[in-house]
Design a protein around this ligand. Structure first.
Ligand SMILES: Cc1cc2nc3c(=O)[nH]c(=O)nc-3n(C[C@H](O)[C@H](O)[C@H](O)COP(=O)(O)OP(=O)(O)OC[C@H]3O[C@@H](n4cnc5c(N)ncnc54)[C@H](O)[C@@H]3O)c2cc1C
Length: 575
């Protein structure tokens, strides 16, 4: 048994920002991560982090808040969005003071570029709001925060995979983790626990997300009776490399790259006349699918092009070096002269573990917190992104709400007594591992995972219908049954990745099921949730958050939570 004041699960941007806040507050803090911290997915974030610094052109936090509310199709909670937008400026300055090497303007200030859906004067024209470090912004954030954690003596438990949450009398008391190097179980007791385990794009076949993004934190919480909020809203990013899904950052379009259909037309002019290629992601992804459906895909196929050819080698090398390299490496093309084939790729979960603005996990529509439990980052739903996240808004979410969660945890831990963790805390997990290891007959996890990813892609991605979602639901039920017979052939204890993949498949099945059930239930179209059988947004019926609970017998309960509206009343969303 390990005992700390605070335990952070996940070493991405959200977890590390919380850990810095905790350690600076003087708390004994442990960070558990199934990957080495610097391999966390935040490191792949390319394009930028938003803040209305106004360094390149005039900007205001209210304009930013309006864009975020509108971008999220009015489903975001505006109290949380106001905090995000106001605090973003301080968050950037803090990162800079920690040593983050942002790109600079000629007069030495942090440079800013354009990103989709970010405008000046409440929608008049695009604005330069994204601070960036070339197209390696996430990498720089991750490295900077990790160094700060080392400086402040945060205790890291790397390659420790959390498999369960321990709760005593309704209060979070600890977690059970599996040590990859030895196969041993460890219990960590703490007064405050944060889940910052990232997203779950691996439920889909074509995705920008790493293999590790399997929704562990969400599924562990859900199995312990915590609801999941707004799971139906999953973002597809328009510019994934065709068939591979590897992301070409929106920074490319921010720097002037344009989308073209098979006829060479700049088709976004028809769908979003003001912002064109820099319209929000949900709209661009849908427009691409419509072009393809109407026979204007490239070469009559299911992709369109991203055109960089007019940008010049200087911009490509200085501002988009990684994007340029990805095109060369994965496609063997030169973006300075070739058109690049792209398709929408599963990218970001707007839904997740519900929290309040201090990162406390809440259990019901009245926002009753579960004492001692916190969540932040992509695993959480605070909800600042509503039905569709604007580019650059996840990195801000991580640092603003990661810090707020860390500060609240510090206060909570100082004011409360430790909860004794039961001696048999590991029992359930040990039994689950044993039954997987012992099973002699059964099938391997990979085939079930592939079937899940294909069904989610076909029926629960950019366009949805009742029929398709029902097929997905029954298919997932059948896959869950097969999962009950999964067998792990590798009996070893050290680095048994087959065993871990089998466990992760269980999480994928749970979060996919939560997404499909929530999507079937929401009979309207809003943001990234597009129902072809209900093509209109229905504010009278659906301006509310979904809270999905998992019943003991595999049944579900849905409850609703009102959307917090402060200054922006819902309007039709046009760009
Ligand atoms: C290719 C790409 C480009 C992007 N570009 C941008 C951008 O330019 N701007 C922007 O704002 N957003 C961008 N995003 C989105 C953004 O990067 C992510 O949403 C964000 O980094 C998520 O951070 P996080 O801290 O929540 O989780 P992550 O960085 O994914 O970290 C999750 C952590 O949890 C750990 N973990 C998971 N499960 C367990 C477990 N069971 N036990 C222990 N540890 C566990 C992992 O080891 C990891 O340390 C991009 C995303 C992608 C995929």
């Amino acid at each position: 048994m390990h005992t700390f004041d605070a335990v952070v699960v996940g070493a991405g941007g959200a977890g590390l920002r919380a850990a810095v806040a905790l350690a600076r507050s003087g708390l004994r803090t442990a960070v558990l991560s199934k990957l080495y911290p610097t391999r966390s997915h935040t490191g792949t974030a390319q394009g930028g982090i938003a803040a209305p610094l106004g360094n390149v052109e005039e900007d205001q936090w209210e304009w930013y808040a309006f864009d975020t509310v509108k971008g999220g199709d009015y489903l975001g909670d505006q109290d949380a969005i106001e905090i995000l937008c106001r605090d973003s400026v301080e968050a950037i300055v803090e990162l800079e003071h920690m040593g983050l090497p942002f790109n600079r303007t000629p007069d030495g200030r942090i440079d800013q570029r354009r990103f989709g859906g970010h405008t000046r004067e409440f929608g008049k024209a695009p604005v330069k709001r994204a601070c960036y470090a070339a197209d390696r912004t996430g990498h720089m954030i991750l490295q900077t925060l990790y160094q700060q954690c080392i400086k402040h003596d945060v205790n890291f438990f790397n390659e420790f995979q959390v498999l369960d949450l321990v709760a005593v009398d309704g209060r979070a008391a600890g977690v059970v983790a599996y040590e990859l190097a030895t196969g041993e179980l460890h219990t960590f007791a703490a007064k405050a626990i944060l889940f910052a385990t990232g997203g779950f794009g691996r439920i889909f076949k074509v995705t920008s997300n790493a293999h590790s993004l399997t929704g562990d934190g969400l599924a562990i919480a859900w199995r312990r009776g915590i609801p999941l909020e707004d799971m139906e809203f999953f973002q597809f990013h328009p510019t994934g490399i065709y068939k591979m899904g590897i992301l070409l950052s929106e920074a490319a379009r921010g720097e002037g790259a344009v989308l073209r259909n098979g006829k060479g037309e700049r088709f976004m002019e028809r769908y979003a006349p003001t912002l064109i290629d820099l319209a929000p992601r949900d709209m661009v992804s849908r427009a691409m699918y419509l072009e393809i459906r109407e026979g204007r895909g490239a070469g009559g196929r299911d992709y369109v092009y991203l055109d960089f050819t007019h940008l010049g080698r200087d911009v490509l090398e200085k501002k988009l070096p990684d994007v340029t390299e990805f095109v060369r490496t994965y496609l063997g093309l030169d973006p300075a002269v070739d058109l690049v084939p792209i398709q929408p790729t599963a990218h970001y979960a707007m839904g997740g573990i519900p929290t309040d603005v201090d990162g406390r996990v809440v259990l019901d529509p009245e926002n009753t917190p579960m004492p001692g439990l916190y969540a932040a980052g992509e695993a959480a739903c605070v909800s600042v992104h509503g039905a569709n996240r604007l580019g650059t808004n996840s990195l801000v979410d991580l640092v603003v709400f990661g810090k707020r969660a860390g500060l609240h945890m510090a206060q909570f831990a100082r004011e409360s007594d430790p909860v004794p963790v039961p001696a048999d805390a590991e029992k359930q997990v040990a039994a689950r591992l044993e039954s997987l290891r012992r099973r002699r007959e059964g099938e391997n996890a990979a085939a079930i995972r592939e079937a899940l990813q294909a069904t989610m892609m076909e029926h629960a991605s950019v366009f949805r219908t009742r029929q398709g979602l029902e097929k997905a639901r029954s298919h997932i039920a059948a896959l869950k049954e097969r999962y009950g017979r999964v067998r792990v052939a590798d009996p070893s204890r050290r680095y048994n990745t087959e065993l871990l993949e089998a466990l992760e498949l269980g999480y994928l099945l749970d979060v996919a099921e939560a997404l499909v059930v929530s999507a079937l239930n929401r009979t309207e179209s809003r943001g990234a949730h597009w129902r072809e059988d209900f093509p209109n947004r229905d504010d009278a019926g659906w301006l509310k958050h979904t809270l999905l609970y998992r019943g003991d017998g595999g049944d579900h309960e849905i409850r609703y939570k009102p959307v917090v509206i402060t200054r922006f009343s819902p309007q039709e969303r046009k760009y």
